[in-house]
Write a protein that binds this ligand. Structure first.
Ligand code: PEP
Ligand code: MN
Length: 275
């Protein structure tokens, strides 16, 4: 029987990131820029989302489709992300691209992200499974739900039970109107099959900022344990993923609406924000 399965462990796993809990009725909003660009950018975004976001995201090592696109600030980006998180009391998550990075990054951040392009990088999965920080595992661009669960199984089998799954859109026939097709049916299916928390990334899932709000709400409505949303103060000037980034004030308004929705969904039995 697989470690990720509900049969193996019927009760929901609660993943703890810093002091933030995800799963078992606790919802978390992860927000921040696609990439850390400079000190002013990440500090300003962290300042403007704190109180509404629970976890700060920001890419330092970026998996870009083109080798000529901005590749992230690397070590310096990591340092700036950690500094911004500390300054505003937010735990931080960032992506690791290679096995060699894992230990060094894990020492500094609160959660490690495995990106869609690395969902089946088994050496990397084993490596993040062999360390103690929680892992955010994103679904591959063309991965089935079973493949996502087996990727998570690698991490659990290597000794790390703290895994959050993330639906971030898959390749279908969406053409140019959306970047991917956000597979919201994956959420209730995953919630039935596994005890691990499931969150949704409507930013990469759609590629368009004006689709993020409706799909974030839909994500909670279908049972997601949280959302991950890209936020930038100047989306037009962003070095990556500007078109899908919300301005901080829009993120704050959305988070308030998500709290209200969460309260409705819980039948007022619990608070909305990470309650
Ligand atoms: C990201 O969240 O920074 C990212 C690169 O997303 P994905 O791996 O889902 O494309
Ligand atoms: Mn991005």
């Amino acid at each position: 029987m697989h470690l990720v399965s509900r049969e193996y462990k019927p009760e929901d796993t609660v993943v703890t990131v810093g002091e933030v809990r995800i799963g078992g009725g606790h919802r978390a909003y992860i927000a921040g820029p696609c990439s850390v660009e400079d000190e002013g950018q990440i500090m300003e975004i962290a300042r403007l989302i704190q109180g509404r976001a629970h976890i700060l995201r920001g890419g330092a090592f970026k998996p870009r489709t083109s080798p000529y696109s901005f590749q992230g600030l690397g070590e310096e980006g990591l340092r700036l992300l950690v500094q911004a998180g500390r300054a505003f009391g937010l735990p931080v998550v960032t992506e690791v691209l290679s096995e060699e990075e894992v230990e060094r990054v894990a020492e500094q951040v609160d959660m490690l992200q495995i990106g869609a392009r690395n969902m089946q990088n088994y050496a990397l999965l084993k490596k993040v499974g062999a360390q103690k920080k929680p892992v955010l595992l994103k679904r591959g661009l063309a991965a089935t739900i079973e493949e996502l669960l087996l990727a998570a199984e690698y991490i659990l089998a290597a000794g790390n039970p703290q895994v959050v799954l993330c639906e971030r859109g898959i390749r279908t026939f969406s053409g140019s109107l959306t970047r991917n097709t956000l597979d919201l049916s994956a959420v209730p299916i995953l919630k039935q099959l596994t005890h691990l928390p499931v969150i949704v990334d409507p930013s990469h899932g759609t590629g368009r900022w004006n689709l993020v709000e409706p799909l974030a709400k839909a994500a909670l409505a279908v049972g997601a344990d949280g959302v991950m949303i890209e936020v930038h103060t100047h989306p037009q000037e962003a070095l990556s993923d500007g078109p899908q980034s919300l301005k901080p004030e829009r993120f704050r308004a959305l988070a308030a609406e998500l709290d209200a929705l969460a309260e409705f969904l819980d039948g007022r039995s619990r608070g909305g924000a990470n309650g």
